[in-house]
Ligand binder design. Sequence first.
Ligand code: GLC
Ligand code: CA
Length: 538
Amino acid sequence: MANTNDWWRTAVIYQVYPRSFADSNGDGIGDLPGITSRLDALSELGIDAIWLSPFMTSPQKDAGYDVADYCDVDPLFGTLADFDALLEGAHARGMRVVVDLVPNHSSSEHPWFQEALAAGPGSAERARYVFRDGKGENGELPPNNWLSVFGGPAWTRVADGSWYLHIFDSSQPDFDWANPWVHERFREILRFWLDRGADGFRVDVAHGLVKADGLPDYTPNPDLASMGGDEELAPYWGQEGVHEVYRDWRKVLEEYGGDRVLIGEAWVMPLARMADWVRSDEMHQTFNFGYLETPWDAAALRAIVDESLAAFGGVGAPSTWVLSNHDVIRHPSRLALVPPPPQGEGIGPRTQPKPDHEVGLRRGRAATAFMLALPGSAYVYQGEELGLPEVADLPDEARQDPTFLRTEGRNYGRDGCRVPIPWEAGAPAAGFNTSGASWLPQPAGWDGFARDAQRGVPESTLEFYRSTLTVRRDRGLAVGSIDWLPSEPQVLALRNGDVTIVANTGSAPVPLPDGDVLVASGPVADGMLPGDTTVWLV
Ligand code: GLC
Ligand code: CA
């Protein structure tokens, strides 16, 4: 790209979930020195940037998405010096680092919230958060009927009788973004990480923050994803006022040379509405959850790709493409389930039918090859380059996601995609550390997916990812544009520059067009493209 400030338009951004990536001290929880020690593996994969899920000081009630100090590293993960070393190591290898920022809520252990509790009703400290009087004769009922995304009520009552709002866990009180004090604190937090050299922020719950005036009652459709994503907006999602926040933050970022980025987690639909988050004076990109939630079906994929390019292109932003992250069922397992369970439900021992691993991996690789052929920026979640499935057999006692706890186990939640990843076959904890400890148990045979067992093995998922990313870059696919080609209904065929991409989402083989195969997600032979397979040809 001519303008390196625009690196994010085409970037492949790799999500590191610190607690499950690499553990340097053997306590069973991944940490920053662990990540630093493994940077060569990421550089070798051919990614442009790393997004780090939260590593700030936190009681870890929601795996770090409950922050008790926005400007320090939790001792579990290391120190600020370890962060600096990680940043330096990444930059030395030409990779940028994006930090996760959680502005919708803090931890209830954050001093700001503790001060609010101590200061009492009506104080300036309470005005940092959303405290309200309850309903009922003695205020014994919550101020409204809102439910937590993780299950149960969205309000908790404190000793003096007031209630505070928490759209997530009760340990995650929502800030009151109507209060300028909150805006000032977050500008300082942005500057803290920008001054340290962070290349930008992934903004958690970027469609939350601002709540509708008067906090009106709202009953969500139980069949829809709890994070939002419904065409109808809840009074706590997608309120107009959030855009003011990002316009303000964009100005802060622009003071730092123009190449720092804001990436929004904005679960709003349709994509034309999500595109409001990436207007030219707001964020740089948002996760394309519409794409993530699309099943492995040619017509549906074609429609969402067109919708994405039109929606984001309409505001001059790149589309992004994403299939997996730390909140959803890993895509090989998810695509093997038709229909997939809704976000947050997860899979576990009770789930029937179980995803077929073989079908899942084949489909997952085909979906990845299709995704990486599309113009724009793409996300890869740690371990997908190893072909990891969702771990469905975690025992109840091992589960830690507040979703599981708050729904009394009705929803398995997100632990199954968060299991520490394997590095070395036959090593303790599959090379995640040297002690063998692992905060979530690794399933039997996990080391069969180990990176060292796949390195240099041409048909391995790791080498498939690596070569696909190389061809994507060499052929300029990320800066290209696409034209659909005529095809059978279960097939997606398109051109991007001089590359023809054909994805067979069906199960019956179809004839392979002429040309040299640059990338194949699975074996192709005798001029036929098998089901659940994608090829790139020239
Ligand atoms: C986002 C995060 C998720 C977290 C939630 C609350 O959706 O990705 O992991 O639980 O926000 O912070
Ligand atoms: Ca550790």
